[in-house]
Design a binder for this molecule. Structure first.
Ligand code: DHB
Ligand code: FE
Length: 265
């Protein structure tokens, strides 16, 4: 006895297979190429690169299917951990004692698409370090370095201290990197900070902020950059300001105002 068929799944899978068969005919894919593709998929799975491969080639297109109201979305990517520490204000993302990079004070607001400030909204932040490495995936400890969860105050505002990340090169030792290399493509993403915003009654917004002037903005390997998500941090070096803040080096600040879409129903 079979379960009641899932109509959406059936439709999607039938269509996908029909598209792939059509492509195999048009490209006259050989049996040897087919075997290589199967081997490639096995290697991707063995090396734990299924999320990476899928996200590099397909996630940005899925994101673009969503409703366009509010802040534009961007890919979650394969390096979200969830369950990051819940931080207390004033917010500072967890950092190593010798964390490299320029200080960034990232602030902003979270509002509904009709402009109402959302107090108590969840702001989950994660990013690579100033050398382009993600905690847990590219260096084992501390697992939650440069990852944390904050919330907005009663006016929908937040401010968090972090460091400016650097461009990120997706791993090149594995099959996904080898494929890009064979296609003559570089493996860089522009520097970015990931955010995932939540508020009861609103659609969860997963997006990323990019940096003006980044050399990879126009050729992101993942194709996920949106110009509305580019920030331009301002440098601060006034000695009195630095002293007040207890910073031994100049810092940068940037602001971004997010708008969440109300849930239908
Ligand atoms: C991808 C996304 C990222 O944010 C990242 O840092 C690396 C890879 C991706 O979509 O594959
Ligand atoms: Fe990323």
């Amino acid at each position: 006895m079979t379960d009641r068929p899932d109509a959406r799944l059936t439709h999607i899978f039938d269509d996908m297979v029909a598209s792939l068969r059509q492509f195999i005919r048009e490209r006259r894919v050989t049996h040897e190429e087919y075997r290589r593709a199967v081997g490639f998929m096995c290697e991707v799975a063995e090396r734990g690169e299924v999320p990476l491969l899928m996200d590099v080639f397909l996630e940005a297109t899925v994101v673009d299917n969503a409703d366009k109201a509010g802040t534009e979305m961007s890919v979650e990517g394969p390096y979200y951990l969830g369950a990051a520490p819940v931080l207390a204000a004033p917010y500072v993302l967890p950092q190593r004692s010798d964390e490299p990079g320029e200080i960034l004070m990232l602030s902003g607001t979270v509002r509904s698409t009709d402009g109402v400030a959302l107090g108590g909204a969840g702001v989950d932040v994660w990013q690579s370090d100033a050398r382009g490495a993600y905690s847990h995936f590219n260096y084992p400890e501390p697992r939650y370095n440069l990852r944390g969860r904050l919330s907005t105050d009663d006016k929908g505002r937040f401010e968090v201290r972090t460091v400016i990340p650097s461009p990120y090169e997706i791993p090149k030792q594995g099959p996904t990197g080898a494929l890009l290399n064979k296609m003559g493509r570089h493996a860089f993403r522009p520097a970015h900070i990931h955010t995932r915003l939540t508020a009861p009654g609103f659609e969860t917004l997963t997006t990323q902020l990019y940096f003006a002037g980044d050399p990879w903005l126009d050729s992101d390997v993942v194709g996920a950059v949106k110009h509305s998500l580019v920030i331009a941090p301002v440098r601060h070096d006034d000695p009195a300001d630095l002293r007040d803040r207890g910073f031994a080096q100049p810092y940068y600040s940037a602001t971004y105002d997010f708008a969440l879409r109300p849930m239908l129903r």
